[in-house]
Structure formats: C-alpha cells, structure tokens
Ligand binder design. Structure first.
Ligand code: UDX
Length: 446
C-alpha cells in the first residue's frame, strides 16, 4: 500500500484516484473547488460516469479515499503525487499549461519528504522536464524528486471499466527507481505495463489519440464515398476490420468525433510538430475532415428538403457520445449553430447532457424533456448521439409525430431492414437512403 495524492478531480483525476484506492492504496484527492470537494466527501461524483459513485462510497467507507482543498494535507507524507489537471486548448491550438505549472509549484511547496510526481494529464513532449525544473526551483527543503509520465487512456462513459481493464499502462521514467515505484503501485490492476523513457511516453499518448482520430476520419471519408457509389459503409467496415492488421474498432462512421481529447490532442500534435519544424499534414487533414463531417446532416437535409429557413428541427442527443453528459466539442454545437444560421428552429433533447448543453450550445435552442416532445410537430429529426434510448425508440413515433416523416441519422442507430417498415424517409451515414416511395415499390414487387 502506498500513500498517493491526486491533484485535480476531473474525469481523469477522480477516476484514477478512486481506482487506486480500490486496489488498496491510501489516496487523497485535491481540488481547489470547495463545494465540489464537499460533494465528493459525501460520496457524490461531480461528473456522470457509470459506476463511479458506488466505487467512491465503497472506498470512502473503507477509509482509503479522502478529499481535500488543503494542499499541505494533500501533499504531505506521500509516496507519489499524481498530476491530473486539465490542459485546455489555447486559441492557437497549443496546450495551456497554466494548471500544470500551478500544481507543480503546490507540490514543491507542500511536500514533506521525497516524492515521485506522476503526470497523468496529456502534456506536450518535453513538459515533464519542465515540471521537474519548476518543482526544483520552488522546492521548500532538501528532498529528492522524480518525475514520471503515466498517460491515461480512459474513455468517458466507460472510464471506471477502463481503469481496471485497460489494454496497457505506460510508464515513462528516466530512472529505474521511479519506474519501479509506479509499476508496483499499478501491479494490482493486472494490466500489461510498458516502461519507456519520459519523452516516448508523452508521445505515445498523442500518437494513440491521433491514430484513433485518423481511423474515424478515414472511415467517415469512406462513408461519404459509399454514399455516392451505393455501397454500405457498415459492411465495408466489417470486411476491413476482419484483417487483424486493421482491427475492427474505431471504424464506426458517423458525424465525427468530439469530446475532451481527440479535438484538443490532434491540434496540439499539429502545433508540437510545427514547433519542431515539421508540418503534420496527415493530422491536419484528419481535423479538416472531422470539421466537415460534423455538418454532414445539415448538408444532407438541405439537399433533401431544400431551404431550411423556418423549418423546425428536432435534435435527438447533444452529448458528444452516449453515456456521458460531456458537451465538449460535441457535433451538436456546430450543427445547431449552422441550423440557426440557416433560419431553422432547433428543439433539442438529451437524456442527461441538457444542463451542460445550455453552456455550450448557441443561444436560441429550445430544450425539451423527452425525445417524443422534441419530435412532436417538428418538420424533421436529426439523431446526433447514439443513446440506447434512441436506438430503442418505436420507429412509428417518427411517422406519427413529425410534420414530414424524414429522419437524418448521424449515428446509424437503426437497421435498414427495420426502417423499411417504418413509413419514413431515412438518411443515415454511408448507407443507402430508405424512402417511403422506394419501400412502396418494393412491397408491390414482393
Ligand atoms: C478518447 C480515447 O478513446 C481515450 O483513450 C483517451 O484517453 C481520451 O479520448 P473519449 O473521448 O472518452 O476517449 O471517447 P471515445 O469513445 O474514444 O470516442 C471519441 C469520439 O469518437 C466520440 O465522439 C465518438 O462518437 C467518436 N467515434 C468513436 C466515432 O465516431 N467512431 C468510432 O468508431 C469511435
């Protein structure tokens, strides 16, 4: 059992802290937000993450998990201090390291003995050296400090599952002693551990996210070609994914990636390359494709319905993906902005992201409390997030409640066979359109 401090209780910090306490370590999570710390002390997670509240309560009750706003209490007498604060994107695409710098100073001024500092936050290559320098410069007392890069690969919505079942744990260290300590801390997870140097570990994180984003933009471009040529992107993805060298995951075509990682990390990587004197053309294209893809439903709707001015459009789903209330970089933001600019009315529903959405979405969007309420009387519906709730909708609701039974599905939620009996016109991503006209013809010939 080790004594661990975790600075920052966002998605990454909180899930990491809770998971480390669950495998037996004594963990103190530190955050500057007092109201948030009070909620967490009561076992309440400030973020929506399946399974997190239960795990928090269990480990608080076992006396292994603590929350504080007090840096002295947080960093004193610890074996390791994890940095898990945000690295938001600045206007110019680079990562903002203000919070990282502040935590480095806090650690330096509040530690009481030797400590290993573990960077979980995604930071540009070379930042761990900078963290080390910042700590050394601000150090109160004569202590030995080691810095380790230990990037996270948690997916929102399944972060708790991923913490215990990830594919690998990457440890980047320049000393064997520091690497061994972090290896020992992580061993109970039973996940493969890969040890390397600090800079390579920092790069593994960016390269992994950029590669996954590339897979998504790739299949999205293929889907747009399938649309033009009458192929079905889902069949194409299955056929491609059966090749072990390609792999079946992250080949789901849709209206582009969003979230707190892919958009930020791809633009940071392009900037990192630029600073190193290299133009990262591939990732730049991945980003351009994604930007275009986010507006695909609007383009399709204009093609099918003509002018959208005055049309009422139901948005089903706002979060960037299901099982999260995170709205960061969600395609819903770009879609509603574009629809409002076209003069359309937007009525939106999300099972849990609406309170967050109100901060992120453009003004002028109307929010309602159910999918049916959004659809009722709207001219057409856009499916933006593939929530189970939408996948399980009785499809007859579209034909019954929409003015014009035309549905644009940005996440391929329904089987085309199922849609053929629903008496709607249905446009999805990279799959042939299903129209009432065509379904009627088909039933005549059968
Ligand atoms: C991602 C990485 O998966 C994780 O390892 C990293 O640490 C943080 O970033 P996350 O952003 O939570 O996690 O979500 P993820 O499930 O990876 O999905 C990201 C986006 O890509 C979503 O908008 C999703 O809808 C989209 N996506 C994903 C696709 O469009 N197609 C796919 O096949 C997969």
């Amino acid at each position: 059992m080790k004594k661990i401090a975790v600075a920052g209780t966002g998605y990454v910090g909180l899930v990491t802290g809770v998971a480390l306490s669950d495998i037996g370590h004594e963990v103190t999570c530190i955050d500057i937000d007092e109201a948030k710390v009070k909620r967490m002390q009561a076992g309440e997670s400030p973020i929506y993450e399946p399974g997190l509240d239960e795990l928090m309560t269990k480990n608080i009750e076992a006396g292994r998990l603590h929350f504080t706003t007090n840096h002295r209490e947080g960093f004193a007498n610890k074996d390791a201090a994890y940095i898990a604060v945000g690295t938001p994107e600045k206007e110019d695409g680079t990562a903002d390291l203000r919070f990282i710098e502040a935590v480095a100073k806090d650690i330096a001024q509040n530690l009481t003995g030797d400590i290993t500092v573990v960077t979980k936050s995604t930071v540009p290559v070379g930042t761990n050296d900078y963290i080390n320098e910042t700590i050394q410069e601000n150090l109160a007392g004569n202590h030995n400090i080691e810095v380790v890069s230990n990037p996270e690969f948690l997916r929102e919505g399944s972060a708790v599952f991923d913490a215990f079942n990830g594919d690998r744990i990457v440890i980047g260290a320049d000393s064997e002693k520091a690497a061994s300590l972090i290896e020992e801390i992580n061993k109970p997870f039973g996940i493969a551990i890969y040890k390397t140097d600090i800079r390579s570990a920092e790069m593994i994180k960016y390269a992994s996210n950029a590669f996954l984003a590339t897979k998504i933009s790739f299949i999205n471009e293929i889907s747009n070609l399938c649309d033009r040529l009458g192929a079905n992107v889902e069949d194409v993805a299955i056929g491609m994914g059966m090749d072990g060298r390609i792999g079946a995951q992250f080949l789901k075509a849709g209206i582009g990636y969003g979230g707190s990682c892919f958009p930020k990390d791809t633009s940071a990587l392009v900037k990192i390359a630029e600073t190193a004197g290299m133009e990262f053309e591939l990732i730049q294209s991945v980003m351009n494709v994604n930007k275009k893809q986010q507006l695909l439903l609007v383009e399709k709707a204009k093609e099918v319905l003509g002018n959208l001015n005055g049309k009422k459009i139901a948005l089903l789903g706002l979060a960037f993906k299901p099982n999260t209330d995170d709205m960061r970089e969600s395609p819903a933001i770009a879609i509603s902005g574009s629809l409002l600019a076209e003069g359309a009315e937007v009525v939106a529903y999300d099972p849990i992201a609406t309170p967050n959405a109100k901060f992120f979405m453009p003004g002028g969007v109307e929010y309602v409390n159910s999918a049916e309420e959004a659809i009722n009387g709207a001219d057409t519906a856009f499916i933006v997030t593939d929530w189970e709730e939408f996948k399980n909708l009785e499809l007859s609701v579209f034909a019954e409640k929409l003015q014009e039974p035309v549905v644009f599905d940005g996440r391929n939620c329904y089987d085309l066979k199922q849609v053929k009996d629903a008496n709607i016109d249905y446009y999805s991503i990279g799959r042939p359109a299903v129209t009432r006209e065509e379904a009627k013809e088909l039933s005549k010939t059968n």
